[in-house]
Design a protein around this ligand. Structure first.
Ligand code: HPA
Length: 262
């Protein structure tokens, strides 16, 4: 099963296929958003609006644990997320798509793990699935690499923050990429993201940032985004060839001391 997580402005994808069923899943973290299940290129696909319908949950209130848990519960093993972002790089413009390969996490108040009652340290040297990224990169006209900076929001950034993120090597900035990618990895799912650049980031943009501008660009790019999703899903092989299914190997801290050592 392939999961699509729709970001800002993407709450349903009727273009991709006739919904077979819509479903809300209960999880230990609360109910999921209403998801729709459909068939595309002979594959089972499930669509989840990250912010619930009508952007009811702002980025800092999204229930990332419930969202990822419910996709896993539905049998999803590959996730393609969509995220609206601001660009930190003058050569990457509003309307461009960026496929990030790494992130900088500047969130502060989000619960970022499923593992509170055992010690699990997963490797995130390469947090986004290489195989899914390669499929996205070869399916459309995209910027094939970038460092996603995640801020807590819901405010946009200051000029000084944006200068700092640039110096640190950030490419784009958004509010929803984390902890989503890490949670998917903790459940050994492949995860990739298509970032739609909706604006230049604060201080790079000549004008004040508004959500109207973000929604407008995402809406204008919607057709291209849906085509990229569809062309990519067509090319996802049934067997995966990445190491996302073994994230937990060697990550769990077991009993370091045997009882007889004590
Ligand atoms: N900053 C943070 N999040 C965003 C932006 C931005 O400039 N644009 C769209 N989401």
């Amino acid at each position: 099963m392939i999961g699509i997580i729709g970001g800002t402005g993407i709450y349903k994808i009727v273009e991709l296929g006739d919904e077979i069923v819509s479903q809300v899943v209960e999880t230990p973290y609360g109910p999921s958003p209403e998801m729709s299940i459909f068939q595309l290129h002979g594959k089972d696909v499930i669509f989840m609006p990250r912010h619930n319908l009508g952007h009811a949950k702002p980025p800092h209130m999204v229930n990332y644990l419930s969202n990822i848990w419910s996709l896993k519960k539905m049998g999803v093993d590959r996730v393609i997320a969509t995220n609206a972002v601001g660009s930190l790089d003058e050569s990457i413009k509003p309307g461009d798509f960026v496929i990030p390969h790494d992130f900088l996490d500047f969130t502060r108040m989000r619960k970022g793990t499923f593992y509170d009652d055992k010690t699990v340290h997963i490797d995130v040297t390469e947090p986004y699935c290489r195989e899914l990224r390669n499929i996205l990169i070869s399916s459309g006209n995209v910027v094939g690499k970038g460092v996603y900076v995640c801020t807590e929001g819901p405010r946009f950034e200051t000029a000084a923050e944006i200068q700092m993120f640039r110096q640190l090597g950030g490419t784009v900035v958004g509010m929803t990429g984390l902890p989503e990618v890490v949670l998917a990895r903790e459940l050994e799912m492949c995860y990739s993201s298509i970032c739609t650049v909706s604006n230049f980031a604060a201080s790079i943009s000549p004008t004040k940032l508004t959500m109207d501008e973000v929604f407008e660009v995402v809406e204008n790019k919607r057709k291209d985004l849906v085509k990229l999703l569809s062309d990519s899903i067509k090319r996802i092989p049934s067997e995966n060839h990445c190491d996302c299914r073994s994230t937990l190997d060697g990550a769990e801290v077991g009993d370091l001391l045997e009882p007889e050592d004590l």
